[in-house]
Design a protein around this ligand. Structure first.
Ligand SMILES: Nc1ncnc2c1ncn2[C@@H]1O[C@H](COP(=O)(O)OP(=O)(O)O)[C@@H](O)[C@H]1O
Ligand SMILES: [Mg+2]
Length: 299
């Protein structure tokens, strides 16, 4: 009997890829790292219109998305097309393209959170520079700092905080789009936020991240501390994950100085090395089990 093969989409397998590969192996599945940049549509091939390296004769039994590369709009859409197409062909894609599209786009995430009534910081997304400057000036004049983020950013890259009028010349758009958000000071001493890891509608692990500055990303040197989430945090993280229809998610939650919880973002391709270092769960094992149990066992 041939061993079923899972595609792990990534351009840099690294620690997370290796963890997943081993976890799938322990459950009787082979996995192959593939870059979405190497996939193709080839409609000449009736049965296999999607070419994926190492899956030339048979599509994977499932796809795990560990990374979608950046690129031009056309390139990124093509990468997502492959993920959509796999799902249309009946291949489980863990987190699927819809979930990835909505969460990678910070504007859409903010809108959907707001629309669903889940508390998230006040946000403005716009093209016009003068209008962007007016938003920031107005916020500053009311005593608020403003955060400017790249629309498709991650791991704290490119995020700036505008603190005073003389910072205004530093206000830059991301490829023509300004994503501006009111800075929410966090509760307690210094700056911190929470990363809640949700899988299949359940919270599996939670940590507090304490950044070197107000930026609490692990990739930017934040320290991790395990915490037990309260019921409100659990409920909010699960609702946010459901909102974007995700199999699993890393939800960033910030507790403000009034003790209210704000959803900052919902990551569809979260890293978990920092979280795992302070929790007693093996996240790759949980993910592999969940994918297999919910999507492959029944077929
Ligand atoms: N509106 C905000 N108020 C206060 N801190 C924020 C705000 N937005 C982001 N941050 C801080 O910056 C970090 C990164 O922001 P986030 O939106 O999660 O972007 P990324 O995708 O780069 O992680 C957050 O984890 C939080 O610590
Ligand atoms: Mg984040």
């Amino acid at each position: 009997m041939t061993i079923p093969k899972i595609a792990i989409f990534t351009d840099d397998a690294g620690w997370h890829g290796k963890q997943l590969e081993q976890a799938f192996k322990n459950l009787g599945y082979d996995s192959v790292f593939v870059s979405l940049t190497e996939c193709r549509f080839n409609l000449e091939n009736q049965a296999l219109p999607i070419f994926i390296p190492e899956f030339e004769t048979e599509l994977p039994v499932a796809a795990f998305v560990r990374g979608v590369p950046g690129g031009s709009l056309e390139e990124v859409i093509l990468y997502l097309d492959f993920l959509h197409a796999l799902k249309i062909m009946g291949i489980p894609v863990y987190n699927d393209a819809n979930a990835i599209e909505r969460s990678v786009d910070k504007a859409m995430t903010s809108f959907l959170l707001h629309h669903a009534g889940l508390k998230t910081p006040l946000t403005w997304v716009l093209r016009d520079r003068d209008a962007a400057l007016a938003v920031v000036k107005n916020e500053l004049s009311q005593g608020h700092f403003v955060i400017s983020k790249p629309l498709f950013g991650s791991q704290g890259e490119g995020i700036r905080r505008i603190e005073k009028m003389t910072d205004l010349p530093w206000l830059t758009s991301s490829h023509g789009v300004y994503y501006l958000q009111r800075f929410v000071p966090s509760a307690g001493e210094g700056c911190s936020d929470y990363r809640v890891f949700v899988m299949n509608g359940e919270v599996m692990a939670t940590m507090r991240r304490r950044g070197k500055s107000w930026l609490n990303n692990v990739a930017k040197g934040a320290t991790c501390e395990r915490i037990e989430p309260n019921s409100e945090m659990i409920h909010l993280a699960i609702q946010a994950t459901k909102l974007l229809n995700m199999d699993y998610a890393g939800v960033d939650i910030l507790e403000d100085s009034e003790g209210k919880l704000n959803v900052i973002e919902i990551n569809s391709v979260p890293a978990w090395k920092g979280l795992e270092s302070v929790c007693d769960v093996t996240i790759a094992e949980l993910l592999a089990q969940d994918l297999i149990n919910r999507y492959l066992k029944t077929t």
